[in-house]
Design a protein around this ligand. Sequence first.
Ligand code: G3P
Ligand code: CA
Length: 505
Amino acid sequence: MTKHRTALSGTGRGRRLTLVALVLAVLCGLVAVFLVYRTPSPGLRPVAAPAVKGERVVVEDFSGAGLPDGWKAAGGDWKVEDGRLVGAPGGGGQPGRIVFGRHLNDFRLEATARTGGGARLGGEGSTARTGGAAPWVALGVDVPASGAAPWSVGALRGGAAPGGLLEFARRTDRDTWDVTDKAALPAAAGGDRDVRLAVEVHGTRARWFLDGREALRTSRLTRTADGGQALLVDGARVSFDDVRVTKLGANPLLRPVGSPMAVIAHRGASSAAPENTLVSDEVARRGGAEWIENDVQPSKDGVPYVLHDTDVDRTTDGTGPIRSLTAAEVDALDAGSWFGPAYAGARVPTLAAQLDDLRRRGGNMLLEIKGRHSRAEVARIVEEIRDHGMAGRVVVQSFDVDALKYTRALAPELPLGLLRTELDPDPVAVARELGLSTYNPPAGELLAHPGLAKSLHAAGVAVTVWTVDDATRWNSLEALGTDGIITNRPAELSGWNAGRLHGDH
Ligand code: G3P
Ligand code: CA
């Protein structure tokens, strides 16, 4: 009996050991799977959608028999098959379109997509299997129920380029394409497999995400006043699943998961051109800055001008405080020669001229109300922003709390940022009290308080730091959750971001 019990005990130990080994193996397997899937490597990335905070406006997994309620096919052939939505292009050169959702200013549209019939969207060997056109799939913005142009898209385009392209483009009412931004498709995104597509839109700004990582951004998305979201296909049959539309908060500076930091050009591209002039703003824009930081102060006769210093001596050929000069006197100043002969003749721009330039040529403004301003002076600034139709593209920041309070009272639609030289004892409480969208300390303060971004983000507030021109600190600041960097070197930060997007560093 003892021997038998011992044998039984031995068998029991063996079973326990086997069980323990099995549990360990399963745990190791789970850990391995977790590690593999959480690491965004070029060859294997998670397709699952990242958690996005906001109101879910559309959540569709196509579990019903037909097209979901409120979904309208506006071109091509659309049906639900095996729990997925399958779309094919229409005839006559028109892409297949299906429209859903409702008009939103700030939203994220996501879908899982896979091509059928062996066609590939992007990647080596992209091929069309239907109709002969190069295949593409797109997420549609502001598409009317009729499907009629104009509308805008984030498109993933294969065929023409060896590796495929991502684009932001507008379909004009003459059925032509106006491609505003494009980038090579990350190598791993092509192929005949599920790809998670997403565009995140805030007014005229948008970011393209592939499998949870940003791959392209634009500041020049053309919007219309109506229309909903859409899926579009051409040159291939594409099946979709797990479509979501999330209405987002209006904070324009919060950085989405999987996205590099916002590029904010300090006084324009002030390392390359005379600060706070139209030319430094143009250089910044062409260098990839989404935001241009400008300082504003009034002339003697109350016209808001873009100028940093209290007086004009350093950056123009004039002398004296700007508040002592009339608009006619400021207009006569040369604001370029001090920087270099090639810039002779550049002017101190009025705020109106700068807003007009941004509205026509693209871009957004982080406008610093410089120094103390009266309520009437702030009212004039607000009037200029509204008169130029730029309220959706301007964030107002200041070191002066009163200027922010006046702005909030006069123009509650304008997002606010508080500039600080040192952290407040409780930045979140200050942000709540002033209704801030962004809290803007010097970079050193954030590096010294690494938990700051997390606590501000929990309160829905972004953290934007100034003024950082070197990649070592960009790296540290990104790791701490910084949403945007104010820099004199926007083109360099933009290039650094691009390297980030494609996994180079
Ligand atoms: O935007 C932050 C930064 O501009 C604040 O400093 O002196 O350059 O206006 P300053
Ligand atoms: Ca400034």
